[in-house]
Design a protein around this ligand. Structure first.
Ligand code: IMP
Ligand code: MG
Length: 180
């Protein structure tokens, strides 16, 4: 299959310009909300790998207050397009008394972020917020309190801007729906 045919399977959803504008709005809101933090105790973004890496890199550049960054790896077992019942979480974090903002690509059933939140809350951070690029509320099975949302999206399979299907399409600079 040629590259052109491959990309014909994706219906555009959010353009580069729309994403850029929304990400900078979120960055400004976060900067305002955490303006009281000091250089000695900055906010710590914890990026959920791999899907959120591109969003987090752009978001970090729009935040205008002191800000640390660290990473957590989460993957769900099961079939390729649906979330399964168990999540593998790998990290090496020290977050006690830190203000944490989890940065996620998509909140679908809510299982992944619920399990990550529970694990991090057990480490007693000063606060724990959740920032997701995409929210699919119609797919929710596990309730999640989201602090910052980029876009609310329908219950479709989305790729691009770091988000993959079977490790493909992460390189696309915009977001689209993968046609089945
Ligand atoms: P949840 O645990 O069901 O909320 O699923 C969250 C994770 O599943 C996300 O972080 C993504 O890695 C993956 N996921 C859910 N929906 C999509 C999608 O539409 N495209 C690509 N990955 C998705
Ligand atoms: Mg993910």
């Amino acid at each position: 299959m040629s590259a052109k045919q491959t990309y014909n399977t994706i219906t555009p959803l959010f353009s580069v310009e729309v994403i850029e504008k929304r990400v900078s709005e979120i960055g400004k809101t976060i900067s305002d909300d955490f303006a009281m933090l000091t250089d000695e105790s900055p906010i710590l973004l914890i990026v959920v790998l791999k899907g959120a890496f591109m969003f987090a890199a752009d978001l970090l550049r729009t935040i205008t207050i002191p800000c640390g960054i660290d990473f957590i790896h989460a993957s769900s077992y099961g079939s390729e397009k649906t979330s399964s019942g168990s999540v593998s979480i790998k990290h090496n974090l020290a977050i006690t008394d830190r203000h944490i903002l989890l940065v996620e690509d998509i909140i679908d059933t809510g299982l992944t972020i619920q399990q990550i939140s529970a694990e991090l809350l057990a480490m007693k951070p000063a606060s724990l917020g959740i920032c997701t690029l995409l929210d699919k509320p119609d797919a929710r099975k596990h309730p999640v309190a989201i602090t910052y949302t980029g876009f609310v999206v329908p219950n479709a399979f989305i790729v691009g801007y770091g988000i993959d299907y079977n490790e493909r399409f992460r390189e696309l600079p915009s977001l689209g729906v993968l046609n089945s």
